[in-house]
Design a protein around this ligand. Structure first.
Ligand SMILES: [Fe+2]
Ligand SMILES: [Fe+2]
Length: 472
């Protein structure tokens, strides 16, 4: 039986019998999926110190308790309504927002919600083996926190599908549990969510760059004219911030440790000989996840993006900050690549909305990389991390058939094949990373050799707190 205790919510679930029944039908399938595709080896005998949202106010959304993962209370929350909220962009600018889905935009909205929803369980699947290689209990707990919240984000999208899309919505909700990351026959919708994440360097880069794409997408959906979608995604953003914190500080701690090891060994020493992660390997993983996440923003010129904007379904990040919200005739200056040369051309801004969002995303990533470089500076290292050029390693959009180095210099296919592992993780790199992560660290307060401890613990607990405990 589904109740407010089992599913904390602020959507009056107990008053909505139809919705309650639909979710009751879906929930056992979700739990089965979680057991099979969620964290492997941590389902039955472990208690995890996690944050559970039990309401949207400041105390309620960060309530901490020990739980067994399959018993986590995945809730449904919408951010508080904005009084008399008006449509903020597109052709319907200034009209009241919608509380129901307009028939003419039903398919487009369903597609947006399903695409967002599909990424949530996908990342849980990608990360399901990482617990067995964790660098500390603190990190293990953070991994599971991210996982349960991605599960909650799936619930958030399923709530919308069940509430506003009738039978189609129910079918889509089932399919969200049927597709599987990396599965040949039924893969996840977007490519970055089919890539394996089997070491912690990948995990931290994923949460830094791919969860930040999540932030881009959620920010643009939180502008939507469909008010329940806007409010759902607005609340998801509060959780997303923690995922990026995990990624950014995870890499910062690896950099810190790499610098310490290099100092100990003398600067010219290969840090791998003493079990650290060398900066070139870190850069390669950055290149990989940044370029995959750029792809997630879609094609540079896109009529879909134009129509999402015109119809008020998906806006820009921080729409309020723009002067022109209708963007009827405005142009965007875009760099094309024709016959091996850059050509600047103007395109209608509406058609360039994916690129506009990508601009915001690149700026947000660059600020993070700057913060990482301060650590290298502090240790007086001459190396710096950098974002590769946008054209590098793209699988979607106008650069996808072409090859570029990380500086954006065009390459022939032969050159690319010869040099790509100078810039992207090779099999040998992965093997090395797995070798230093082979043994999980489960002792409170202990950290694997390749990563520094965090500055502080979670929820004001000490660093050596038992964030995950075993219960036999
Ligand atoms: Fe998410
Ligand atoms: Fe996330």
């Amino acid at each position: 039986m589904i109740s407010a205790e089992k599913i904390p919510n602020n959507v009056n679930l107990s008053d909505n019998k139809r919705l309650q029944r639909a979710l009751e039908h879906w929930q056992p399938k979700y739990i089965q999926w979680w057991r099979e595709m969620g964290p492997q080896g941590f389902q039955d005998y472990h208690q995890v110190y996690v944050r559970t949202a039990i309401s949207v106010d400041p105390e309620g959304w960060a309530h901490f308790e020990y739980v067994k993962l399959p018993e986590y209370r995945w809730g449904i929350f919408l951010a508080d309504p904005v009084h008399e909220r008006k449509i903020g962009f597109g052709d319907f600018f200034g009209q009241p927002v919608w509380q129901e889905v307009p028939g003419e935009f039903r398919n487009q909205l369903r597609r947006l919600i399903v695409t967002q929803g599909d990424t949530e369980p996908a990342s849980v699947e990608q990360q399901r083996h990482l617990g067995q290689r964790c660098p500390s209990l603190y990190d293990l707990r953070n991994l599971f926190q991210v996982n349960v919240e991605e599960g909650r984000h799936l619930w958030a999208m399923v709530y919308l599908l069940h509430s506003y899309f009738g039978r189609d919505g129910r079918d889509e909700a089932e399919e969200l549990l049927e597709r599987q990351s990396g599965n040949r026959d039924k893969p996840r919708i977007l490519e970055a969510f089919n890539e394996p994440i089997d070491n912690w360097l990948d995990f931290f880069m994923f949460t830094m760059f791919t969860d930040r794409d999540g932030k881009s997408q959620l920010m643009s959906l939180s502008e939507s004219s469909l008010d329940p979608l806007a409010r759902t995604t607005r609340f998801m953003l509060t959780e997303e911030a923690h995922h990026m914190f995990v990624g950014e500080t995870g890499i910062a701690r690896i950099l810190e440790r790499t610098c310490q090891l290099m100092k100990q060994a003398g600067f010219s020493e290969d840090v791998r000989t003493i079990g650290g992660i060398d900066i070139p390997t870190i850069q390669k993983h950055l290149n990989q996840w940044f370029s995959l996440s750029l792809d997630l923003h879609g094609s540079e010129v896109s009529s879909n993006a134009a129509s999402y904007f015109a119809n008020g379904l998906k806006g820009r990040a921080k729409e309020e900050g723009f002067e022109d919200h209708v963007v009827k005739n405005a142009m965007y200056n875009m760099e094309f690549f024709e016959e091996g040369r850059k050509v600047a051309k103007e395109v209608l801004m509406r058609n360039a909305m994916n690129e506009v969002l990508r601009d915001w995303y690149v700026g947000d990533c660059a600020a993070g990389v700057e913060r990482w470089n301060r650590i290298l500076e502090r240790y007086q290292m001459s190396d710096r991390l950098r974002l590769p050029d946008r054209k590098f390693n793209r699988g979607i959009g106008m650069y996808s058939g072409l090859h570029f180095d990380p500086h954006g210099v065009p390459l022939s296919s032969d050159e690319w094949e010869k040099r790509k592992y100078d810039w992207l993780p090779s099999a040998a790199d992965s093997e090395y990373l797995l070798s230093i992560m082979a043994e999980p660290v489960f002792e409170p307060g202990k950290f694997a050799n390749y990563i520094a401890p965090p500055r502080r613990g979670i929820n004001q607990q000490p660093i050596d707190f038992q964030y995950v405990r075993t219960e036999q």
